[in-house]
Ligand binder design. Structure first.
Ligand code: GLN
Length: 202
């Protein structure tokens, strides 16, 4: 079984760990450099990217994590995790760190500050078995994606989507996967299976 870490500084760590186990991996909470060195892949959960960025520094994980990502560590970021993995975040704080593992510019809280959460069924490239029910919570979207980034899902053109229609909300670049939504919250482990597969291939 691949050992997949869940960055456990803040956010919905337990939900990701449970989904990883369901998807056939062994989940390991990661708070220290030693733990980071033991994993074959890493999930960066949802939560608050500014807080997580600060905690990465406090726990002295920022440089080790950057180094492992540069070596090709497979990673999956959901929501705040996607923001951290991006090369640039709009509407972020000036002192927020970017891990620069995805050649994308994301916009934080992109669906509007009033819109706390939003749900939509998405067609996700590479997922069999029909649309995926996606839950967005103060979510970002991808505003610009480089040529090496594969778009896996966009918001469909529905009435509920409004101005968010067509926005990019799931991507993959090499062994790095990211979703603006929270696949750990809906009991559908297909995205986690996709990530476990990426880890196994790598
Ligand atoms: N709005 C949060 C941020 O900017 C992300 C929200 C989430 O992860 N659910 O970091």
């Amino acid at each position: 079984k691949p050992v997949i870490g869940v960055l456990a500084l803040q956010g919905d760590v337990r939900e990701h760990a449970a989904m990883l186990e369901k998807a056939g991996a062994r989940a390991l909470p990661v708070r220290r450099e030693r733990e980071l060195s033991e994993v074959d892949g890493l999930v960066l959960p949802g939560g608050e990217s500014t807080t997580m960025s600060r905690l990465l520094e406090t726990f002295e994980l920022l440089d080790p994590l950057r180094a492992r990502l540069a070596e090709g560590l497979p990673a999956f970021g959901s929501c705040a995790g996607m923001i951290l993995l991006a090369r640039q975040a709009l509407d972020g704080r000036q002192d927020q760190h970017q891990l620069d593992a995805l050649d994308v510019v994301v916009r934080r809280n992109a669906f509007g500050r009033q819109v706390d959460s939003f749900e939509e069924d998405l067609d996700v490239e590479g997922l069999e078995g029909g649309p995926l029910h996606a839950v967005f919570i103060r979510a970002p979207w991808v505003e610009k994606a480089g040529a090496g980034v594969r778009v896996l899902a966009r918001v469909p053109r529905t009435e509920a989507a409004g101005a968010a229609a067509d926005r990019i909300v799931a991507i993959r670049q090499g062994a790095v996967l990211a979703t603006a939504f929270h696949p750990e919250l809906t009991g559908d482990e297909r995205v986690h299976r996709l990530f476990v597969g990426i880890v196994q291939e790598t």
